[in-house]
Design a protein around this ligand. Structure first.
Ligand code: ADP
Ligand code: TYD
Length: 209
């Protein structure tokens, strides 16, 4: 039995967590067995790693950041995602490896080959069946984050508009390279409009598996 691995991506404030919760609810209402998880922090060890380097005022070396996201992912893949997929569940993760390509690659400027090598080691080759990229103008995302309030801010949330613009471009490059797996959804619309399209794409994908 093989489950289905779906990942959600987008710059901070794109609304992907809102959409992920709505999708999980719709799928569960139609009788599907869904595991909702996230990166970083999808496992107890991951939560500790996340706290150590995202909720810190220390100056974090970019290479340490790259490797800590990878460490979080290695634990997540082996302890949570692979067992759930083996049990036939639908796993939906709020971010996965594409975030490293976009944030550490395009955002921080790490060489893409190095980033891909680190990802391959951390995931042992596990790729999502489907990735939904919630695409939004970085200005709009920053407005949404400000509205959400400062209590939810972490080290990455304090990055500049230029940084998020590079991250978005990084994601759009993945979309151009892998259009079948990596689907772009216009996230500048209302919550309900986006949820409807999201559910449609996911249902179509699940029907094919
Ligand atoms: P992300 O997980 O991508 O950072 P969230 O789902 O947490 O984004 O949404 C960020 C903020 O924007 C929240 O305050 C949320 O209520 C709000 N929001 C989410 N989707 C929309 C939307 N389609 N239109 C307007 N506001 C939204
Ligand atoms: P989080 O609070 O989980 O943000 P969000 O709700 O927007 O997903 O913070 C995670 C931050 O870490 C977010 O800014 C994206 C970033 N990130 C990377 O830079 N690289 C990665 O590989 C991952 C998984 C996340």
């Amino acid at each position: 039995m093989k489950g289905s691995f779906i990942t959600f991506e987008g710059i901070d404030g794109s609304g992907k967590t809102t959409q992920l919760n709505k999708l999980a609810e719709s799928l569960r209402n139609s009788g599907r067995d869904v595991l909702v998880t996230c990166e970083p922090g999808g496992t107890p060890l991951g939560k500790e790693i996340r706290k150590a380097f995202l909720e810190t005022k220390q100056d974090v070396e970019p290479l340490a950041e790259l490797l800590l996201f990878a460490a979080d992912r290695a634990q997540h893949v082996q302890h949570l995602i692979r067992p759930a997929l083996a049990a036939g569940r639908i796993v939906i993760s709020d971010r996965y490896a594409d975030a490293t390509v976009a944030y550490q690659g395009a955002g921080r400027g790490f060489d893409l080959e190095l980033v891909e090598r680190v990802i391959a080691i951390a995931t042992n080759g596990l790729k999502p069946d489907l990735t939904l990229f919630f695409d939004i103008d970085p200005h709009q995302a920053v407005d949404r984050m400000a509205f959400r309030g400062e209590h939810k801010m972490n080290r990455m949330d304090l990055e500049s508009l230029e940084f998020y613009t590079r991250v978005r471009e990084g994601y759009l490059k993945i979309a151009a390279a892998e259009p079948k797996r990596f689907r772009v959804i216009d996230a500048g619309r209302s919550v309900d409009e986006i949820a409807e399209e999201t559910l449609e794409i996911v249902k179509e994908n699940l029907a094919r598996v």
